[in-house]
Design a protein around this ligand. Structure first.
Ligand SMILES: Cc1ncc(C[n+]2csc(CCOP(=O)(O)OP(=O)(O)O)c2C)c(N)n1
Length: 335
């Protein structure tokens, strides 16, 4: 387990978050988890073409970040993007339809898992290129500034993207021009099948600090901490105080993608089990709410079964809805 999460001692002040909001965040995390299970089942039953990268285990990052955003704020996402899309407000039916190549999907079935974008919820798109969305998010932040708007842009990326030069070009510009952008680095410990310590030198936050960018480092399994930290960063960005970099310590429960089944050559089963039992974002939140007499176990069971039902309906919709007409094969494709 990461040293950062083991050494946590301070108890944050969560008094500004009411029970309705806690349950809303729990519900969002549940929805993401259920969605990923649905996607995995579609893959395992050979109903989904291609692969997908599951976000399970990392839900508190997407939900905590997006809870601090407005609908008109922008996000850009990654190859592991379902959680970001759902947390920002994407529709389950249309996401599953996209995964199955159906016309009702967000890209009329032509993008698939790694290219879901949803302009209605401010999602400028997932991106199959590691670090590739950093330029898009920073460009969006520049457009916000030029239009004198108080929106913000958020760029999600994994720690593997810290090896991409584009990120440093745009962080430089963002700091020079005081752009309203927050770079959210999800450190789930691995770049594909390699531990980050074998690929990334030095301190992650030092890379943003080198440009004078404000940084934060948080436990990405604690949705309350992610949300509150993000709220502060969003507030300063809206006031024109410029970019920020938030490092979130987290973990993916499954393989790099759904086909990565035998993982013991790069990480142990004990490590996976430890994160699932000790650091699960849903369990941490439900246990904390129950222990503080804010909710009862039954509430979480109900939320979970509602999320499962919503996902089952989404899968059913996607399986039964139609494919795009073959005459439009060369339409809506830009490359
Ligand atoms: C520019 C580029 N190089 C390599 C790849 C192949 N690739 C896909 S995901 C990945 C690892 C990404 O790790 P990280 O950014 O930490 O994200 P995570 O998968 O852990 O969420 C790599 C190397 C790619 N998609 N794009």
């Amino acid at each position: 387990m990461d040293k950062f999460t083991q050494n946590k001692t301070e108890q944050p002040d969560f008094t500004s978050i009411d029970i309705e909001q806690w349950l809303q965040m729990y519900q969002q995390m549940c929805k993401i988890r259920a969605f990923e299970e649905g996607a995995n089942q579609l893959y395992l039953s050979a109903k989904m073409p291609g692969l997908t990268h599951m976000y399970t285990g990392e839900e508190a990052v997407a939900v905590g970040v997006c809870e601090a955003l407005r609908n008109d704020d922008y996000i850009t996402s990654t190859h592991r993007g379902h959680g970001h899309c759902l947390a920002k407000g994407a529709d389950i039916d249309r996401m599953f339809a996209e995964l199955l190549g159906k016309e009702a999907g967000y890209c009329r079935g032509k993008g698939g898992s790694m290219h879901i974008a949803d302009q209605d919820s401010g999602n400028l798109g997932a991106n199959a290129i590691v670090g590739g969305s950093a330029g898009i998010a920073t460009g969006a932040a520049l457009s916000i500034k030029m239009q004198n708007s108080d929106q913000v842009a958020v760029c999600f990326f994994g720690e593997g993207a810290l090896g991409q030069g584009l990120l440093y070009e745009v962080m430089n510009m963002a700091q020079l021009w005081k752009l309203p952008i927050i770079y959210v680095c999800e450190n789930n410990l691995y770049n594909e099948y390699t531990h980050y310590t074998e690929t990334t030198a030095g301190q992650f936050t030092a890379r943003a600090k080198a440009f004078g960018i404000h940084t934060e480092e948080v436990d990405g399994q604690d949705v309350g901490v992610v949300y509150q930290t993000m709220q502060g960063l969003v507030e300063r960005a809206r006031k024109g105080e410029g970019p920020a970099f938030m490092l979130c310590h987290t973990y993916r429960y499954y393989g790099h993608h759904v086909g990565d089944i035998n993982r013991e050559y790069y990480r142990s089963k004990e490590e996976e089990q430890l994160w699932r039992t000790e650091r699960d974002p849903l369990k941490l939140l439900s246990t904390w709410l129950i222990e503080n007499d804010m909710a009862e176990a039954q509430m979480f069971e109900q939320i979970e079964s509602e999320a499962t039902a919503e996902v089952e309906a989404g899968v059913e919709f996607a399986l039964t809805t139609h494919y795009p007409n073959e005459t439009e094969v060369d339409q809506h494709v830009y490359a």
